[in-house]
Design a binder for this molecule. Structure first.
Ligand code: C2O
Ligand code: CU
Ligand code: CU
Length: 477
């Protein structure tokens, strides 16, 4: 992906000239039966105190029609919807979430990517038994604006509970977001996939079957792809108009390679929010649990594609791995007068991203990812794998020694990538999930500025996490 280029600062993007030079024919670019994209409901704030937001979130079994015309499916849902309601808050807010576990099993709510006290992280170390309530409370730091998500993180059952429907988006907004200042409309796109049996219910393989063995290797993938719980919905964008897409990969294992055929993507942010400058890329590889923000302009009709991406071991690679899938339809509109073509002046800097200082590094570590293990070990909740100090900076080399990709995730902290496979990262950005391609290494730098306690780091292929491809980091003074 060295074809990316940083768009010139203070660039003025005008879309007055109609079609781009190369516009391949996209078969069935609009689909007559496709529904317009809906967004999950917003979780309602029940606080009246300024700066405090308070929510109720209940995980419970439900019956929902997941596919139009299909049967009612037994699911687990947050507040009755799949995906769960979107939590939409601002930097500086004090957030209180009253979580009610009405599932027949232990769960947690993990606030993936957020920087918060360790006992509020909803990790495997803080199980919430069935029939009980837990109050998650934390304050969102300045500079934390970005697209995050929440999902269960219980011992051994994350794959199951996420497949049953427990996941939702968590958006943190900045007061001075330059794209919001331009009134660019936003779309949230939560990508997920699932697998259904002949009875239409969510299907899980017999644990002794070959399918279960392959799932354990690849991670669970489903053949039905959803965007916000809809199959191939449509997003209308008027010609010349611009939209900001916040995309969350909530799949258990699927890695998406996102592309709009014949057009570059304008990437403006990742897990921990906006970049300093937009970059143009031909496609985006979005590993499971990662997020990306794109600017998409209205043009002729097209589709958002998931291109083939070979993350697999040859012996368990699915036979259809190299097919291109349509995730959604983008319906272009006609120019309805000069006002539809709005010149947009981008600010010189979306927001400053300070490069983490690597001259004073307290520790350099190597973490080896192999099949189902980190550093040759399985997770033990009672073992500390890494001891580190607060107010220090560390450089971690994440080394994947096997022949499939593993997305590495660190709880509680946003890290910066230094290099991938020895290639220096072209510009700094904030990430909590970094895909480590087969037989390669990625170096990250992380600053432990706050929050003592125990933190997880793991492969975010949920089957691998459940299997114990996870370690414990303890931060102390
Ligand atoms: Cu998305 Cu350990 O989490
Ligand atoms: Cu996490
Ligand atoms: Cu893995």
């Amino acid at each position: 992906m060295n074809t990316r280029r940083v768009l010139a600062a203070a660039v003025t993007i005008t879309f007055a000239t109609g079609l781009p030079a190369r516009q391949p024919h996209v078969a069935a670019a609009t689909h007559a039966l496709s529904d317009t994209l809906r967004e999950p409901p917003l979780l309602r704030n029940r606080s009246r105190v300024p700066g405090v937001v308070e929510f109720d979130l209940t995980a419970a079994p439900a019956k929902l029609r997941l596919i139009p015309g299909g049967p009612l499916v037994n699911v687990y849902a947050y507040n009755g919807s799949v995906p769960g309601p979107t939590i939409d808050v601002r930097e500086g807010d004090s957030v209180v979430i009253h979580f009610h576990n009405e599932l027949p099993e232990t769960s947690t709510v993990h606030w993936h990517g957020l920087h918060l006290p360790a006992d509020m992280d909803g990790s495997v170390l803080e199980p919430i038994p069935p029939g009980t309530t837990y109050d998650y409370a934390f304050r969102l730091a300045r500079g934390s604006a970005g697209t995050y998500w929440y999902h269960p993180h219980p011992d051994v059952r994350s794959t199951y509970q996420v497949a049953m429907g427990l996941f939702g988006a968590f958006i943190v907004r900045a007061a001075d977001d330059p794209l919001a200042a331009q009134r660019i409309p936003e779309k949230l796109l939560i990508l997920s996939d699932n697998r259904f049996g002949a009875d239409g219910q969510v299907e899980f393989p017999d644990p002794r079957s070959i399918t279960a063995e392959i799932d354990l290797e690849n991670g669970r993938e489903g053949n039905v792809l959803f965007v916000n719980g809809q199959v191939a919905p449509t997003i209308p964008i008027a010609h010349g108009a611009l939209q900001r897409w916040r995309i969350v990969n909530a799949s258990a294992a699927r890695v998406y390679r996102l592309a709009l055929p014949g057009r570059p993507l304008i990437k403006v942010g990742t897990d921990g929010g906006l970049f300093e400058h937009p970059v143009e890329v031909p496609d985006v590889i979005l590993a499971n649990s990662g997020r990306v923000e794109l600017l998409v302009r209205g043009d002729s009709s097209t589709v958002l594609q998931d291109l083939p991406y070979d993350r697999y071991m040859p012996q368990t690679r699915p036979p259809d791995w190299d097919s291109t899938r349509t995730l959604l339809y983008v319906r272009g509109g006609r120019v309805t007068g000069a006002s539809a073509v709005r010149p947009l002046s981008m600010p010189a800097v979306l927001r400053p991203i300070p490069t983490l200082d690597t001259t004073l590094v307290a520790a350099r570590r190597v973490i080896v990812m192999s099949q189902g293990q980190l550093d040759g070990k399985r997770m033990d909740m009672h073992r500390i794998d890494i001891r580190a100090r607060l107010n220090t900076t560390e450089i971690w080399t994440i080394q994947n020694v096997v022949g499939m990709d593993h997305p590495f995730h660190l709880h509680g902290f946003q890290a910066q990538v230094l290099d991938r496979g020895g290639v220096p990262e072209p510009f700094p950005s904030w990430n909590d999930t970094v895909n480590i391609p087969k037989h390669s290494s990625v170096r990250i730098v992380v600053r432990f500025d706050d929050y003592p306690g125990r933190w997880m780091y793991h492969c975010h292929i949920l089957d691998h996490e459940d299997e114990g491809m996870m370690g414990v980091l303890e931060l102390s003074n």
